[in-house]
Every structure is written in structure tokens, then in C-alpha cells.
Design a protein around this ligand. Structure first.
Ligand code: BES
Ligand code: MN
Ligand code: ZN
Length: 544
């Protein structure tokens, strides 16, 4: 879909459809009033007859409205003006887009971006409109043999801003929105694939393909023997029961200053979570193909950063495994030594996400990260606590908590903080190892998951996003949401802005050197550098 920004009179638009808002009860928006004037009261006479009340999501399609140049005018209900908030605005936009798509308008000029949304400016309204439009038309039909074809699909939409002065800001917003929308689509597509296609090696291939598209991206993949040699035993314990070999996928994007410590994003990549020997019940188990949504969202956020050419150093780490039962699988009570050296008693093989993330967090240390954020469909308990609207956020550094909460508020992809107090930690005590991977009761499950991870995140500022409730929707409309790509991308945009404000990037700072990381400090890293071409080489190959 093509998006454009424009400022101009609604009656002068020569297009298939002009979209304007009507507030409840039967109150024309400012733009609708302009059309009403040139048409000598055509719209108000229709409203008086009772054809449209203006409730959220109501629509009325009019043809050949006097005094206008468009084929059609689409009136869309915006609800009560004073009650128009973020949630209502997105609903209004989605309804408009759906109607346009279904009624044969292949292009349209939409004035809904001029509605008064409580506390939101032009840039925000453009951002949300484009992201919502793209999300509304998303359809995953790769695996249907017969696709639903729309005879006259919506191809191009122009969003309006009130004055020419708004154009520059709106165009920047439009660029950001399109990068995010594309990244959300990439994330949804990967997540919606079934686990017989989307395996750990498939994820690795996709990561490599992404790298091949962009010069500033490099990718390396550690395979099973690398992982064994280096001691990723917590991760390997999860992969053991499956015929699918594990992969540790590492992508690096270097567009920041040479010595800037990178932001590290870690995404849980369990391509299918059966629970292992602690087998899950059959009902809805198909949805555990979504247990790699953290990984998919990290790839999405990275691709948005690249698309927007954000001046940042960024590392994405994806531990990818399949969790299945078999004769070789890890059993409850088994004890492993994680990459950090800490031992873990695996009391429940279904608490596998924290095991693979533990080793990925330890691996992140070698990058001397500015911050590490892990994204994971970690606990059913988080879904119980917060439901679908909010990601669970647990963090060991207050300023980082605030940055992420704010990025969520602005992008409409919100998180909510849960406590990560020491008071919870002793529930992970183990009789036989340094810690257990679960507690012995069902209290505070989301927090306990984070407490476990925090033991591997002592050396840096770290945040954990539990996206178990937000990454996909269940039921008839089942599908990935692409969250938290908007939150993560906003966080990266905000970070890159701060940076440019302090010291503007000069063109000569184009980076081709490795990220800050001192091999002398880490023996494992040193070994790895011998085997695997290091970060400075393009597309380091770890397998084949
Ligand atoms: N991937 C699941 C979490 C999950 C469950 C996400 C349902 C979304 C919907 C995770 O690996 C898991 O199984 N967690 C267990 C942890 C428990 C054994 C401590 C859970 O939440 O039941
Ligand atoms: Mn599990
Ligand atoms: Zn899982």
C-alpha cells in the first residue's frame, strides 16, 4: 500500500473517495462542514434525516456529492468529540480503511487525521493512521491454496494535515510509521508460520537473508557443536528432546559511533513449546508455535532501525530451539551448568524460555551493552495478571523502566511494570543446585520468571518484556499482533535522537569496526574468535 501526506481542501480532491468524520450526535467535523458548505447543506440534510448518528465505527458512503470532485464521500462516525482518545481513533481509522477496501475505492484522501484526538498532535495522528491502516489490511494467506482476491483493493491513501506548516513533521511521522508497519508485518509473517516450517534453522536462514539486504548488518549463527563447546548447557537442555538442532542467531547493526556501547535485544525463539517431558495439555497447544514471537519481534525492530537508518549500535541475539519430549529429552530434576557457571535444577521442563534466555543474557555480556532488553512469551501467569492490552515489564534500572513505559505510551504499544523485588528471589532456592527454574507454588509466576532471568543480568542495565498475553490473539481471528515492535522501535528512535542531540553524527563515523568488546576479558569469546570470523567481517558464517 502506498501512503502520502497532503494539505488541501476536501471539495477539490479528484479521487475515488474523500473520507471525513462525523461526531456523535450528528455533528459535522470541521472538514465535513467545509463539504457541507460547498454542497449547500447536503451532508447536514442527510444527518437530519437520521442516516448517521456518528457513533464510533458507523459509516455512510455517499456518491456524487454536489460541489465536490471526488466520486464518493465516506462519512465515518467518530463518537463524542470529547471522548475521542487513542483507542477510539484507531477504531475509527480501521473502520474507514475496511470500508474503503470493501467498496471499490482503490485510492482515497482521508481527513480523519484532522480529528481532535485528546492530547495527541499531528505527527502522532499520522503515525497511528498509517500503522493502523497497514494492520487492518494484513492477511496471512501464504499457506492457503486459494487466496481471497479483492477485485478493487485499496492501493493508495493520502492522509491530510490541516496546514502546509505541518507537512515536514507529518512526512517524518509517515516515514517512521511505514518502517514500523513493515517491521510489524515481517514479525507477524514469521510468527504465523507453523512450527514445521519455522524451525530454529529456518529462523537462522531468515536472519541471514535480512543481513544480505543491508550493508550495515552482519549475522553469525552458532550451531549445536559451537554451543556445546562454549557451554550453553541451559539452552542445550531445552533443545535435547527435539530432532531440530538449536541455533544461536546473532545480528549486529553498526551505524552508531565506534565506541558507543550497543543496545542488545534478546528474543525468545522457541519455535514450538510442547512443554517437553512436563507436557502441556492438548487444548490450544497449536498456539505454542507463537513461542518464538520474541525472536520475531527482535528481527522486526532491527529491520525498522535499519530502514530508518538510526545512528545506533544494535545487537540482536536469538536463542532458537524446539521444546519436545523424547527419550533424549531433559527430565524434571536434571541439573545443568549454565553458560554463566551457575547451576540450575530443571524442575519443570515447560519453564524452558528462562533457560535459553539465561545463556543468551550471559552471552550478551561480551558486548559491554549500554542496555539489554529481552522479549519473551515467558509466562501464562503474565496473561492472567495483565491480559491482552499490556506487556509485563520488569527491569533492574528505573530510568530504563521509564524510557520503555514512555515508548509504549507514545507508540500505542503499552507495557505495565511489575515488581522485581529481592523479596521474591528465595522462592527459586533449590535443594541441589544454585537455583531451580520454577518456584514450588503458583504465586507471582510472571515475576518469578523475571527473577530467574535477573540472576543472569547482573552486569548491565536490563529490562524484561513478558509478551505472553500481547504477542498474538486467540479465537476466530487468531494471529500474531507484531507487538512489541512499535514499542521497541520507538525506544530506539528516542535513543538515537538523544544521541544526535549530544553529538551530531558526521559522515566519517561510518562504522566498520567491531563493537566494544575486549576478548582478553573472556576466554570463551577468544576461542570463538578463532572459530568464527569476528564481528568486523561481513556476515560471519557459523554453520555449514
Ligand atoms: N511459552 C510458555 C508461556 C505461555 C503459556 C505463553 C501460555 C502464552 C500462553 C512458557 O514456556 C511456559 O510454559 N511457562 C510456564 C512456566 C511455569 C512452568 C513456571 C507457564 O506459564 O505455565
Ligand atoms: Mn514452556
Ligand atoms: Zn515457552
Amino acid at each position: 500500500m502506498e501512503f502520502n501526506i497532503k494539505s488541501g481542501h476536501p471539495e477539490k480532491q479528484r479521487t475515488a473517495c474523500v473520507v471525513v468524520g462525523v461526531y456523535e450526535p450528528r455533528r459535522l467535523s470541521e472538514v465535513a462542514r467545509q463539504i457541507d458548505e460547498v454542497s449547500h447543506g447536503y451532508l447536514s440534510s442527510i444527518l437530519r434525516r437520521g442516516d448517521l448518528e456518528g457513533k464510533i465505527g458507523q459509516t455512510l458512503l455517499l456518491h456524487n456529492v454536489p460541489g465536490t470532485l471526488a466520486d464518493r464521500i465516506l462519512l465515518v462516525g467518530g463518537g463524542r468529540e470529547r471522548e475521542l482518545g487513542d483507542y477510539q481513533y484507531r477504531k475509527v481509522i480501521a473502520q474507514a480503511i475496511r470500508t474503503l477496501h470493501d467498496t471499490g475505492s482503490m485510492e482515497a484522501v482521508c481527513y480523519l487525521t484532522e480529528l481532535n484526538v485528546r492530547g495527541r498532535d499531528t505527527a502522532w495522528r499520522i503515525r497511528q493512521a498509517i500503522e493502523t491502516a497497514q494492520a487492518t489490511l494484513y492477511n496471512f494467506d501464504q499457506l492457503k491454496s486459494k487466496k481471497d482476491v479483492c477485485r478493487r483493493p485499496l492501493r493508495k491513501i493520502v492522509f491530510s494535515v490541516a496546514t502546509r506548516r505541518d507537512l515536514t513533521i507529518a512526512e517524518q511521522a509517515s516515514r517512521e510509521a511505514q518502517a514500523i508497519a513493515l517491521a510489524v508485518k515481517l514479525t507477524k509473517d514469521l510468527a504465523n508460520l507453523p512450527s514445521n516450517i519455522c524451525t530454529p534453522s529456518y529462523l537462522a536462514e531468515q536472519a541471514k537473508a535480512l543481513c544480505n539486504l543491508h550493508e550495515k548488518l552482519t549475522c553469525k549463527v552458532l550451531n549445536e557443536s559451537h554451543l556445546e563447546k562454549q557451554g550453553f548447557n541451559a539452552m542445550l537442555a531445552v533443545a535435547k528432546g527435539s530432532e531440530q538442532p538449536p541455533r544461536l542467531i546473532v545480528l549486529e547493526y553498526r551505524a552508531g559511533k565506534k565506541n558507543d556501547n550497543p543496545i542488545v535485544l534478546i528474543g525468545k525463539g522457541v519455535t514450538f513449546d510442547s512443554g517437553g517431558i512436563s507436557l502441556k495439555p492438548a487444548k490450544d497447544m497449536d498456539e505454542m508455535k507463537y513461542d518464538m514471537c520474541g525472536a520475531a519481534s527482535v528481527l522486526g525492530a532491527l529491520s525498522a532501525a535499519v530502514e530508518l537508518q538510526l545512528p545506533l549500535n544494535l545487537v540482536a541475539i536469538i536463542p532458537a530451539v524446539e521444546n519436545l519430549p523424547s527419550g533424549k529429552a531433559t527430565k524434571p530434576g536434571d541439573i545443568v551448568t549454565s553458560l554463566s557457571g551457575q547451576t540450575v535444577e530443571i524442575l519443570n521442563t515447560d519453564a524452558e524460555g528462562r533457560l535459553i534466555l539465561a545463556d543468551a543474557l550471559t552471552y550478551a555480556e561480551r558486548y559491554k551493552p549500554a542496555v539489554v532488553i529481552d522479549i519473551a512469551t515467558l509466562t501464562g501467569a503474565c496473561v492472567i495478571a495483565l491480559g491482552k492490552p499490556a506487556h509485563g515489564l520488569m527491569c533492574n534500572h528505573n530510568p530504563l523502566t521509564n524510557e520503555l513505559l514512555n515508548a509504549g505510551r507514545f507508540s500505542g504499544d503499552r507495557a505495565w511494570e511489575l515488581p522485581l523485588w529481592d523479596d521474591y528471589q528465595d522462592q527459586l532456592d533449590s535443594r541441589f543446585a544454585d537455583m531451580a527454574n520454577i518456584s514450588n507454588n503458583r504465586e507471582a509466576g510472571a515475576i518469578l520468571g523475571a527473577c530467574f532471568l535477573s540472576r543472569f543480568a547482573k552486569k548491565f542495565h536490563w529490562a524484561h518484556l513478558d509478551i505472553a498475553g500481547t504477542a498474538w490473539i486467540t479465537g476466530k481471528e487468531k494471529g500474531a499482533t507484531g507487538r512489541p515492535v512499535p514499542l521497541l522501535t520507538q525506544f530506539l528512535i528516542d535513543r538515537s535522537r538523544d544521541d544526535t542531540m549530544i553529538a551530531p553524527l558526521s559522515p566519517t563515523t561510518a562504522i566498520s569496526s567491531p563493537l566494544p568488546f575486549d576478548p582478553s576479558e573472556d576466554k570463551r569469546a577468544d576461542e570463538e574468535n578463532k572459530e568464527l570470523p569476528s564481528a568486523e567481517l561481513p556476515s560471519a558464517e557459523g554453520e555449514k
